[in-house]
Design a protein around this ligand. Sequence first.
Ligand code: B12
Ligand SMILES: Nc1nc2c(ncn2[C@@H]2O[C@H](COP(=O)(O)OP(=O)(O)O)[C@@H](O)[C@H]2O)c(=O)[nH]1
Ligand SMILES: [Mg+2]
Length: 395
Amino acid sequence: MAAVTSRRIQPPAPLRILTAVPLCDGHDSAITTINLELARHGLEVIYLGYHQSASAIVRAAIQEDTDAIGLSSYNGGHLVFFKEVVDQLRRSGNSDIDVFGGGGGTITLADARQMRRLGTARIFFAGTPLDTIVSEIKRDFARVTKPNARFRGDRALARAITLAESGRATRHSSLVTPRKNAARSLVVGIAGPGGAGKSTLIDELALRFLRANSTGRIAILANDPSHPGTGGAILGDRVSAIYAQDDRAFFRSLATRGSLTGLSAAAPAAIDILKRSGAFDLILVESVGVGQESDPFGSFGHRTPLVDAVLFVLAPHYGGRVQLQKIALLSGADFVALNKCDHPMAHTARAEIQACLDQNGQGQRLHATTAAQHSDPGVNQLYDAIQSLAKGGTP
Ligand code: B12
Ligand SMILES: Nc1nc2c(ncn2[C@@H]2O[C@H](COP(=O)(O)OP(=O)(O)O)[C@@H](O)[C@H]2O)c(=O)[nH]1
Ligand SMILES: [Mg+2]
């Protein structure tokens, strides 16, 4: 009989693809269909959105350490745009990331030949069945993820996180060179129900950070669920990132890949990698949309807390006072934000949540925010409260 070993066999990591629609192009219906189809077949798709510049696409692909970039282009500018993306990848030492795409009948066979000569790996023409697209992407763009000592800067960080995601956390140390005299990072975990506005709020906090600090960097780790059946995921938090599309922001999406804690199992290692790099003053970690019993960051003392402080975000539609009483994190969080205060239900919600926090007796401050509103005073106050924590204050 064969000996039983305790060595865990790692399933191959899902293929990670960044998808986007180029600048001056709002045709997003094709890419939305393709995103869904890829995720249904077990791929992790990081969707950047439409009207995206070549530099934003390349920055995102580097930070996400994607296997390839898929572009959907209908505006007629494909010859120039695909080349620009390929060239920027080459110039930044990331030419291992392939570029492919489609654009129905707007990309002719002759165009595709020229694009191929200029470095585009593949064009999918009008009429290509979706299952052919999926199987050929899987066949052509799958990579074995290995440590790569030639990677620098954000790509090195990103690859270290990828290795941690594939359960090879011990190998990441050699990829990240800690900065000398680096400041300590403040790590804030952000949890709350799906759709409450966590990602929007994070982007607004990123804007305030970037404005207030002319040289510092911010990191965002955005956790999103993997589909329990297919293993695929659409990692869509980057779509809400407008201000965090900045070279001083490192944004990384993490799929949960079966972890039920509200975070990827690699999140602790990813936080550690970012902290040890010494490059970030502030690290924001977004959990997946969490339920009543969730404790993604270890707020209740049963395990080592993952973060320095927890922000719980909820919107006015939580369903009444009794529902509020069931939310564990309402007592475990350091900060609570009632977002979507532009909603008519916000007035009552604010009074109910305040009563709940008063009962907790922990001095938790309720921040009333409208993240969708420019220069919202509530978001300003929340940012100031987080900053005072960075300076050694209390929430
Ligand atoms: C739907 C559509 C719209 C919708 C867009 C809705 C949306 N949110 O996407 C609306 C009505 C809003 C629209 C608006 C406009 N449109 Co329009 N639109 C189309 C149309 C009819 C279909 C495009 C589409 O989605 N096809 C469905 C996809 C799934 O199929 P496919 O295109 O065949 O793609 C296949 C492959 O290429 C592949 N694929 C595609 N992308 C990708 C990406 C990846 C990563 C992969 C792997 C594969 C892949 O998937 C498909 C599988 O078979 C095309 C005409 C046409 N027949 O192509 C015009 C077309 C693209 N539009 C056109 C124009 C001009 C416009 C407008 C400028 C019109 C105007 N004057 O206002 C605006 C611009 C809008 C904007 N903000 O950019 C022109 C572009 C001409 C050009 N480039 O020279 C076209 C070609 C129509 C025409 N013949 O004039 N449009
Ligand atoms: N009306 C309103 N909508 C908002 C506000 N904040 C976010 N949203 C919208 O709510 C939706 C969900 O936001 P998102 O940040 O993705 O939520 P998350 O799932 O908690 O990360 C998006 O359409 C946002 O534009 C707000 O303060 N007011
Ligand atoms: Mg989100």
